[in-house]
Design a protein around this ligand. Structure first.
Ligand SMILES: NC(=O)c1ccc[n+]([C@@H]2O[C@H](COP(=O)([O-])OP(=O)(O)OC[C@H]3O[C@@H](n4cnc5c(N)ncnc54)[C@H](O)[C@@H]3O)[C@@H](O)[C@H]2O)c1
Ligand SMILES: O=C(O)CC[C@@H](O)C(=O)O
Length: 389
């Protein structure tokens, strides 16, 4: 029986895929896996029993992925599973930043007790006039799962779309309409566009990506949409830009007290991925990835280890080893097996940055002594006997 600890509410539809061999727990001190959404794990003590962490979502800045990698713990996420939900909210964000609908609705509500409200509305509506999207330039920063959908949606709305992503994947490039123009620098987007939508992960290199230096380049009246992460935009610099009129509206899915007190900010309470469909997609994908790892040792969609897939083992035993990406690890591991005269039926070794994973199918039972000998190799982080007949 595997134990899965949940740190957030996870869609029941996804959890039901775990099946009878799993117990879902919020309390157990020794779970095999952790399943979460946006819970911040940085200050949490990670139990030694945890082998894999499944993030039902895209961003992993709430998880110390490098630290967990050095403990041999795999972190997986669910790429693309909530992209459509975010794209749809970005489309709303484009409209909200263009038309003074939020202000208009608030004003109309405030006048609800006036018996002349209908007349008043016709008199006052000119205060809430806006602009259209068609023909305007939209700059999309980050052309991953969400950025691609947002770019294509921008075109469908009649916008001229520019995309910037120096690391764009082949898969994203295939999904992107050929009418999206390639921006060669962030500055080009900042200088030319009327709307900018951010879709990059929050990492050291992207913190404060939108700052006073970049905002100086913008055309007056720029609209900025941030459905990625709050810290991509400097609060202080956006305030100055809103005060000066450089930025006409900042729509953010990550408001804090400072932002909610600024005129020109539309703060949405992190609703980008909050649809039934997206929550189900994310939970299903994360559950699938956790099951693959616990039951077969396969790694799918990892952010701190290489993906590795050998299907279901049809040999007597399977062993999975997380280790440092240093010379002679495979030699030492197979050497231990060879000493015990154990034949290897199949094997995969892959690395990602400083870490690597070796998955081995063997034709004999694996003894505890042998497992311990592999664990004792310098550089080995975790050893797991996944199947042992
Ligand atoms: N508001 C929400 O609820 C919500 C939901 C999903 C994702 N997100 C956020 O959106 C981000 C993007 O999600 P995604 O699913 O599209 O991820 P993704 O990994 O598919 O795409 C991210 C893209 O950013 C690009 N990139 C990385 N660094 C860059 C840089 N310096 N400049 C330009 N491009 C850069 C990558 O090459 C990649 O193509 C996530 O990391 C997460 O923080 C928010
Ligand atoms: O789980 C959520 O509600 C938000 C997830 C989102 O921010 C993400 O990065 O995928």
């Amino acid at each position: 029986m595997y134990k899965i600890k949940t740190l957030n509410n996870i869609s029941q539809d996804g959890l039901s895929l775990l099946g009878g061999n799993y117990r879902i727990t919020e309390e157990d001190p020794n779970p095999d896996a952790i399943l979460l959404r946006s819970y911040k794990m940085h200050d949490m003590e990670l139990p030694e029993s945890v082998k894999i962490i499944g993030r039902a979502g895209a961003g992993v800045n709430n998880i110390p992925i490098e630290e967990y990698a050095s403990k041999g713990v795999i972190v997986v996420n669910t790429p693309g599973a909530n992209a459509n939900a975010v794209k749809e909210l970005v489309v709303l964000g484009l409209l909200l930043s263009s038309r003074k609908v939020v202000q208009g609705i608030n004003w109309a509500k405030s006048a609800k007790d006036d018996p002349e409200v209908a007349k008043l509305i016709e008199k006052e509506k000119s205060k809430f006039a806006g602009q259209e999207l068609t023909g305007k330039k939209l700059g999309v920063i980050g052309l991953g799962a969400i950025g691609v959908l947002v770019s294509n949606a921008g075109l469908a709305l009649g916008m001229e779309v520019y995309g910037y992503d120096p690391f764009v994947s082949v898969e994203s490039a295939w999904g992107l309409s050929c009418d999206v123009k390639r921006a060669l620098s962030l500055d080009e987007i900042m200088t030319d566009c009327d709307y900018i939508s951010l879709h990059v992960p929050l990492i050291d290199q992207t913190k404060n990506l939108v700052n006073s230096d970049r905002l100086k380049m913008a055309k007056p009246g720029l609209r900025i949409l941030n459905f990625a992460r709050g810290a991509l935009v400097s609060n202080k610099d956006i305030k100055d830009a809103l005060d000066s009129g450089k930025v006409a509206c900042y729509v953010t899915d990550f408001p804090d007290q400072e932002l909610l007190n600024m005129d020109g900010v539309i703060g949405i309470p992190h609703l980008g991925a909050s649809t039934a469909e997206s929550e189900e997609n994310c939970a299903r994908m994360a559950v699938h990835e956790i099951k693959e790892f616990l039951e077969n040792g396969n790694i799918v969609n990892s952010v701190n280890y290489p993906d590795c897939y050998m299907g279901v083992s049809n040999t007597q035993a399977r062993i999975g080893i997380t280790h440092k990406n240093i010379p002679n690890m495979v030699g030492q591991i197979t050497g231990v097996l060879a000493k015990d005269n154990i034949n290897i039926g199949d094997m995969l070794n892959k690395s990602k940055g400083d870490f690597a994973y070796t998955l081995i199918d063997v034709d004999s039972h694996i003894s505890d002594d042998l497992t311990n000998m592999i664990s004792d190799i310098d550089g080995v982080l975790k050893v797991r006997v996944i199947k042992n007949n």
